[in-house]
Design a protein around this ligand. Structure first.
Ligand SMILES: Cc1cc2nc3c(=O)[nH]c(=O)nc-3n(C[C@H](O)[C@H](O)[C@H](O)COP(=O)(O)OP(=O)(O)OC[C@H]3O[C@@H](n4cnc5c(N)ncnc54)[C@H](O)[C@@H]3O)c2cc1C
Length: 444
């Protein structure tokens, strides 16, 4: 594995290390581990990966009456799904422009509607399965330079005129009514997006899946997936599951745990490290002053800051990126400094938790769903929008399995390219490319 995927071993080690101090892990009581797969099992569908995408796919398939077995390499939601900013955002990281250029306006509008449905689906699942995950509606986009403010305004006008999602716009001194920060020159508030506690949501999905009959196995990395005329077989170190079909939702760590699972699509996503800190609980009145609506916040820089308050009044602040799979040095202090630039009122506030994980970005930042052969479906490339879109992905794949492949085919029709450079040079090539965007952010 190391020779073929030189970044893989480093990624696995750094991913484990980055997950250790997550505020989310510290704030939930995980149930005992599901047993690792032993021996041979038979199912209608085998799902590889127990993050949001795998869990929602498994749940949807089970709700359609299938016998489903889900194999997770680590603990459920131990990777990106249990560590993220919790921001459930409408739209796609690619922006609508890419979709309009590739697919035309009518299809781009269709995709937009699907992203709104992703938010509705999230809320429906939370309600239906009574998942207590601190769900809050409201989202604030902010801009920290005149150029970024113009860009944000243009994006918001387009979003309202062409896609029918209005927002409350503020600039200059008026920004203070939406966020009490000297950093931002403009802000746009919309009500469809929002936030939640991702690990509580993910573990709630797991419980719902188990209740629907999904057989869950943790600590069961799938090393190989073989396809034949009669079905597929997922092989772990201590067992195998044969099934009619497989859904692969292994995200960034798939290339390490199971490089032979769907090697055809690995090169179309790259792991990008992103990091978060959590303060101790703050005075609730201070939280209300800093972000009166309680919305999640995100700026529109290429390397963006994203933050929100948790239900127990901590500031959860995310940002920075690493394109090298190495954790940046002095991470906690640097993140704290960024947080204080946004909210000087927190100058004396320490950080209590620091963690991070890897976002799966696709080359064009649009999600990459499809099929390899007739029996293997894959879901990847959420590009930082996976909190909401993974739930849509689960529904779309289950529809396709049930014979309604219209939406999966539409997603699969979008062109995706492999990252340049091959396994050895892919990461350095990406790091160089991104340096340009970071410089532009700094120039304002
Ligand atoms: C710090 C951080 C902040 C983020 N913030 C946001 C945000 O605010 N909003 C947003 O929308 N998105 C955000 N994201 C991205 C979001 O978390 C992901 O898009 C989403 O969780 C992807 O879900 P997934 O199920 O595809 O992948 P994952 O959650 O990574 O799950 C994949 C699972 O597959 C398992 N696996 C891999 N290979 C195998 C194998 N061979 N056999 C068995 N199991 C395997 C892994 O162990 C893992 O548990 C963030 C990500 C990070 C890391």
């Amino acid at each position: 594995m190391g020779a073929r995927w030189p970044w893989a071993t480093a990624l696995l080690q750094s991913d484990t290390q980055l997950g250790r101090d997550s505020y989310y892990e510290a704030s939930v009581q995980r149930p005992p581990a599901w047993p690792a797969l032993q021996g041979t099992q038979r199912a209608d569908a085998v799902v590889v990966g127990g993050g949001f995408a795998g869990l929602t796919a498994a749940l949807e398939l089970a709700e359609r009456g299938m016998r489903v077995c889900l194999l997770e390499a680590d603990r459920l939601c131990a990777a990106a799904s249990g560590r993220n900013g919790g921001q459930a955002i409408v739209g796609y990281a690619s922006g609508q422009g890419l979709l309009e250029r590739q697919l035309g306006l009518a299809q781009a509008r269709q995709w937009w509607d699907w992203s709104l449905q992703a938010i509705d689906l999230l809320d429906q699942r939370i309600a239906r399965h009574a998942i207590a995950c601190d769900r809050v509606h409201g989202y604030l986009f902010v801009a920290d330079s005149p150029r970024k403010a113009r860009q944000l305004h243009a994006d918001m006008v387009l979003q309202a005129d062409r896609y029918g999602l209005p927002c409350d716009w503020a600039e200059g001194a008026d920004v203070a009514r939406l966020i009490d920060s000297p950093r931002y020159l403009a802000a746009a508030h919309e009500q469809r997006s929002g936030h939640l506690h991702p690990l509580k949501y993910g573990l709630g999905l797991a419980q719902a899946a188990a209740q629907a009959g999904v057989v869950l196995h943790e600590h069961s990395p799938v090393r190989r997936l073989t396809q034949g005329p009669g079905g597929v077989v997922a092989h772990t170190d201590s067992g195998q599951v044969s099934a009619d079909l497989a859904v692969v939702a292994g995200n960034c760590t798939l290339a390490e745990h199971g490089p032979e699972v769907v090697p055809q699509v690995h090169a179309r996503i790259m792991p990008v490290g992103t990091y978060m800190v959590a303060t101790p609980p703050l005075d609730p009145a201070l939280c209300r002053r800093l972000i009166p609506s309680g919305a999640a916040v995100c700026d529109n820089n290429f390397v963006l800051d994203y933050f929100r308050f948790s239900a127990d009044h901590r500031l959860l602040f995310g940002g920075r990126v690493s394109y090298t799979t190495r954790t940046p040095s002095h991470l906690a202090e640097r993140m704290r400094q960024r947080m204080v630039q946004v909210f000087p009122a927190l100058a004396g506030t320490p950080v209590e938790h620091v963690w991070g994980g890897f976002v799966d970005i696709s080359m064009n930042r649009a999600p990459d769903f499809g099929r390899v052969g007739q029996r293997v479906y894959y879901l990847q490339g959420f590009s930082g929008h996976g909190v909401a879109l993974t739930g849509l992905a689960g529904r779309v794949v289950a529809e396709a399995v049930a014979g309604q492949s219209g939406r999966l085919d539409a997603f699969a029709a979008l062109q995706h390219r492999a990252f340049p450079g091959g396994p050895r040079w892919r990461t350095p090539v990406l790091a160089l490319g991104m340096l340009w965007h970071r410089l532009r952010d700094r120039l304002g």
